[in-house]
Design a protein around this ligand. Structure first.
Ligand code: SF4
Length: 363
C-alpha cells in the first residue's frame, strides 16, 4: 500500500539503523531522546524499535497523551458536570474509563443512569444539540493543537446556527509551554525531542523554538518505522554536530508554517490560560480557555463549579511517567493491580497511554 509500505521497507529500515548505530558509536555517550506524542509511544512499542537501537540510545515517553495529562481535578470536574440535571454529556471514548477521585469514572456514572455519549468529534456533539433542543449538550474539549481547532470551528458553527443548548468544557492544552517545563526540569536530562507529527501539522516549527535554543535536538517525526528511525538519526546528527534546529522529518505532513487558518480559528475562540497537567503541575499559559465572546458556550459559565477536593490514587505513578522520570515497569502496580481490564491511572486507560503501550508490546 502506497505511503505505508514504503515507510516500512525492511531494507531501508536496516540501512537507517546501521547509520544510527554508527553515529551512536561516534557520539560515544548515553543519549536520551523523548517522544512527546502518544502515537509515537505506541508505534515505538508496536514495531519493537527500542530493542533495535544501540545501548547508548534511550527513548523515553513524555506528556503526549491528552487524556493522560488531564489532571485529576479536571477529571473530577468533568464527572460533576456530567451529572447536572438535563445534561447530555458528550466525550471521546478514551475519557470514559479515566478514574477520578475515589476511582469514580464516566463509565460508572453511565452505568448508573447518567446520559453520557461517546462521540468521535465535536461536530457529532453539535448534531446531538440540534437533535435534542430541550437538552443541555455539554462536550468535553480535550486534546492539543490537533483537536482544538476543530472544537473552535464547532463553537463558531454553533454560534452561526444560533444554538443555545450547546457548551464546551475546555481542558485543551498546548504543547510548547509543556516543552519549556520539561526543559526547565532539573531532574530531567533530555538530549533531544522527537516532536509530534500531528500537532505540528497545525503549529509548524514555531512551537519548538525553545528546544534548539536550549541546546537540544528537535525533529518533527512521522509515525512509521522508517520515520521514527530517521527521526532518531536526524536527532543524533544534530547532537554530534552541536548544530541545533527544528528539523522536519515528517515533510509529507508538516510544513514550517503549519496551518495558519486552523490557528486563527483557534485564536478566535480560545485564549491561553494557566493549566494544571498531570505530572507537570501548573504550567502558565499552557491551557486554552474559551474567550469572553463565546462565554455563553463555556460550560463553566453555564454550570458553576463548587470546590471539588481531588485526591490521586495512591501508588499510581502516571505523573512520573509523563515526565519521563520512570518507565511503566517501575510502577509497583504495573501488571499487578493495574491492567487494561482494571486500569488505575490514565496512562493505562488511554489508547495513547505509555503504560498501555508497554503492556501491549514490551512487557
Ligand atoms: Fe498508573 Fe497503572 Fe501506569 Fe502505575 S501502571 S503509573 S498505576 S497507570
Amino acid at each position: 500500500m502506497r505511503f505505508i509500505d514504503e515507510y516500512r521497507d525492511p531494507e531501508l529500515v536496516r540501512k537507517l539503523l546501521d547509520a544510527v548505530h554508527a553515529l551512536a558509536a561516534k557520539i560515544g555517550r548515553p543519549i536520551t531522546l523523548m517522544e512527546i506524542c502518544g502515537t509515537h509511544t505506541h508505534a515505538i512499542g508496536r514495531f519493537g524499535i527500542r530493542r533495535l537501537l544501540p545501548e547508548n540510545i534511550r527513548l523515553i515517553s513524555g506528556p503526549g497523551c491528552p487524556v493522560c495529562v488531564t489532571s485529576i481535578s479536571d477529571v473530577d470536574r468533568a464527572l460533576y458536570l456530567a451529572e447536572r440535571p438535563n445534561v447530555l454529556f458528550a466525550t471521546f471514548g478514551d475519557m470514559l474509563r479515566v478514574p477520578g477521585t475515589g476511582g469514580r469514572s464516566l463509565q460508572q456514572m453511565r452505568a448508573a443512569g447518567a446520559d453520557i455519549r461517546i462521540v468521535s468529534s465535536a461536530l457529532d456533539a453539535l448534531s446531538l444539540a440540534e437533535a435534542n433542543p430541550a437538552r443541555e449538550i455539554l462536550f468535553l474539549g480535550i486534546g492539543f493543537e490537533t483537536t482544538a481547532p476543530t472544537v473552535a470551528s464547532t463553537l463558531q458553527s454553533a454560534r452561526r446556527k444560533g444554538l443555545t443548548n450547546f457548551s464546551v468544557f475546555s481542558v485543551h492544552k498546548t504543547v510548547s509551554p509543556a516543552i519549556q517545563a520539561l526543559l526547565d526540569d532539573p531532574e530531567l536530562n533530555i538530549d533531544g525531542f522527537l516532536c509530534p507529527g500531528h500537532v505540528s501539522v497545525i503549529t509548524g516549527t514555531d512551537a519548538y523554538r525553545s528546544i534548539p535554543a536550549a541546546g537540544r535536538s528537535a525533529v518533527i517525526t512521522g509515525f512509521e518505522p522508517v520515520d521514527i528511525i530517521d527521526g532518531i538519526l536526524m536527532s543524533l546528527q544534530q547532537i554530534r554536530e552541536g548544530r541545533y534546529e527544528v528539523a522536519i522529518q515528517y515533510a509529507r505532513g508538516v510544513s514550517q508554517e503549519g496551518n495558519r487558518r486552523a490557528r486563527e480559528s483557534m485564536a478566535e475562540v480560545f485564549e491561553p490560560d494557566d493549566a494544571t497537567w498531570r505530572g507537570l503541575g501548573l504550567i502558565p499559559e499552557s491551557g486554552l480557555s474559551i474567550r469572553r465572546e463565546y462565554a455563553s458556550m463555556n460550560a463553566l459559565n453555564r454550570f458553576p463549579l463548587p470546590g471539588i477536593p481531588s485526591v490521586e490514587f495512591e501508588g499510581c505513578r502516571c505523573g512520573d511517567i509523563l515526565r519521563g522520570v520512570i518507565s511503566p515497569p517501575e510502577c509497583r502496580l504495573f501488571r499487578k493491580a493495574c491492567t487494561p481490564v482494571n486500569p488505575i491511572g490514565p496512562c493505562m486507560v488511554s489508547s495513547e497511554g505509555t503504560c498501555s503501550a508497554y503492556l501491549k508490546y514490551e512487557a
